[in-house]
Write a protein that binds this ligand. Structure first.
Ligand code: NAG
Ligand code: NAG
Ligand code: NAG
Ligand code: NAG
Ligand code: NAG
Length: 447
């Protein structure tokens, strides 16, 4: 039991360690996993443990099938209900992928509120825009000439560019020398404007001004200037000739409009040995190798690989069982062939147990007669059928003048039972007789 509690504690430390490194976009949800242990005889299942990390919640009855003399017999048994509470990793809404990155946004609005992001753990972080919208964050109208919150109005500039898009108001920025609401009149004040400027104002007040996104420089020239919102927050904005260029910062990759932290784990397991370690993302272009559950580093660092820590100690399994540490770090106990049980306890054949009881302990020497009886009367049955529960008579001397086969078979019942469970019940003995086990009387059961 002590071992079990220590394992649970270990498990808690592991989970809280994972929570500390959870990235900001993670909204893990508590989950409960329930499993039943295999159905086996109640006598055996009483010592069965829940899987590593699970807690025993309840024990229920069930039925299991054994082969007895070539036919299948259904026996009543017990199984445990085991539960494990854990945090299931999940991205917060508006976040996607194994790193739970933010979905594209425009002015702080996810997909500009004009579309839905393919978010969640298996999402790819793209915005699927509503009808009429486009752009990586649905920040543009599909019709390049449309404007208005719903992209339902159409610009009608004749010689000019429209303040278009969902944020636009449809105003025309007239190409010099044109002016007017629709840029269909010529203004004298707008002759000789430099490149990337438009004609602002009407008639006599009309003059040159730089287009939005351009700044007035020396000699009235207009030069393109960066606006950070044209690029991802993890990109540098630069100007080339009259174009804006977005380039992802080092350790990020993408087209500049969307930049994603480089995850070294996605390629070749981040260089971590694949059969004993996991690659853990630590930040843009940063990762580390960690040993798989239940393993410890071989050469001082997980980068060189890990090996299983033996989960077997002296009291993990029945002394006659073989203990193995499995890949999941859990101990598996295997009873000797010919014995039954879950490995934590193995029950040998009844004759062996009888001889063992006669040779030491409370009943030393008092079962010698019973050994003779079972050897002569039941050895075939015991080696070919079963499982049985036996009532061993306290007999120092062998019985004489009886049919040993009949007497022996009437000391057997089919299946494995706890004495407590037999009390007050009518039993069919294997020899055909009936037996009532009275509470606190007569029979001594040697399990
Ligand atoms: C469990 O026990 C109840 C009451 O004794 C019985 O009705 C039910 O059939 C049993 N279930 C199994 C699977 O044996
Ligand atoms: C992202 O996923 C959606 C939905 O599964 C799909 O329609 C879209 O093509 C994907 N985009 C990319 C870039 O993979
Ligand atoms: C990513 O990190 C590796 C190792 O630290 C380095 O060699 C590489 O240049 C980095 N890549 C970028 C694009 O910064
Ligand atoms: C992992 O693979 C290597 C090479 O294939 C092998 O030498 C090593 O024993 C394996 N380790 C485990 C824990 O399986
Ligand atoms: C064997 O049985 C006798 C009589 O019932 C009892 O006195 C004795 O203590 C028993 N032997 C052992 C080793 O318990």
């Amino acid at each position: 039991m002590l071992v079990f509690l220590l394992l649970l504690l270990d498990f808690c430390i592991q989970t809280s360690g994972q929570q500390q490194t959870a990235p900001p976009g993670r909204c893990d949800v508590p989950q409960r996993l329930a499993v039943h242990t295999d159905c086996s005889s109640c006598a055996v299942s009483i010592t069965a443990n829940c899987p590593h990390g699970f807690t025993k919640l309840d024990t229920t009855n069930c039925s299991y099938v054994v082969q007895i003399g070539g036919r299948e017999v259904e026996l009543e048994g017990c199984q445990h209900l085991c539960v494990e509470n854990f945090m299931h990793p999940q991205c917060c809404p508006g976040h996607w992928g194994p790193l739970c990155l933010s979905c594209p946004s425009w002015s702080g609005k996810t997909c500009n509120f004009n579309g839905v992001c393919v978010d969640g753990d298996v999402g790819n972080g793209t915005c699927i825009c509503d009808e009429g919208f486009s752009g990586f964050a649905c920040q543009e109208c599909k019709n390049p000439n449309a404007f208005g919150k719903k992209c339902d109005k159409v610009c009608d500039c004749v010689h000019g560019v429209c303040n278009k898009g969902p944020d636009g108001d449809g105003q025309c920025l007239c190409q010099p020398p044109y002016t007017g609401r629709r840029c269909d009149q010529v203004s004298r004040g707008c002759r000789g404007c430099s490149s990337f400027s438009y004609c602002k104002g009407e008639e006599k007040e009309a003059g040159c001004d730089c287009l939005p996104g351009y700044r007035r420089m020396k000699e009235n020239r207009c030069l393109v200037s960066c606006a950070q919102r044209d690029c991802d927050v993890n990109a540098h904005c630069s100007t080339q000739a009259s174009n804006i260029k977005c380039i992802c910062k080092p350790d990020y990759e993408g087209d500049g409009k969307i930049c994603i932290p480089k995850n070294p784990c996605l390629e070749n397991n981040g260089g971590c040995p694949i059969n004993s370690t996991v690659c853990v993302f630590k930040g843009p272009n940063k990762s580390s190798c960690e040993c798989m559950f239940g393993m410890s580093p071989v050469g001082g660092s997980p980068e060189y690989g890990c090996q299983l820590v033996s989960a077997c100690s002296a009291d993990t399994c029945d002394p006659t069982a073989v203990c193995q540490t499995k890949l999941d770090g859990k101990a598996r106990c295997l009873c000797d062939p010919g014995k039954i049980g879950d490995g934590r306890r193995c029950y040998g054949n009844l004759m062996e147990r009888l001889i063992e009881l006669d040779s030491r302990g409370d009943h030393r020497g008092n079962l010698t007669g019973a050994i003779a009886l079972f050897e002569r009367g039941c050895s075939m049955v015991l080696s070919h059928s079963g499982p049985f529960t036996a009532f061993f008579p306290l007999l120092k001397q062998p019985l004489t003048g009886v049919n040993e086969e009949v007497v022996c078979k009437n000391h057997l019942i089919l299946g494995q039972h706890l004495y407590k469970a037999l009390e007050g019940r009518d039993l069919n003995l294997y020899g055909g007789e009936k037996l009532r086990v009275k509470v606190n009387k007569g029979l001594k059961c040697l399990e």
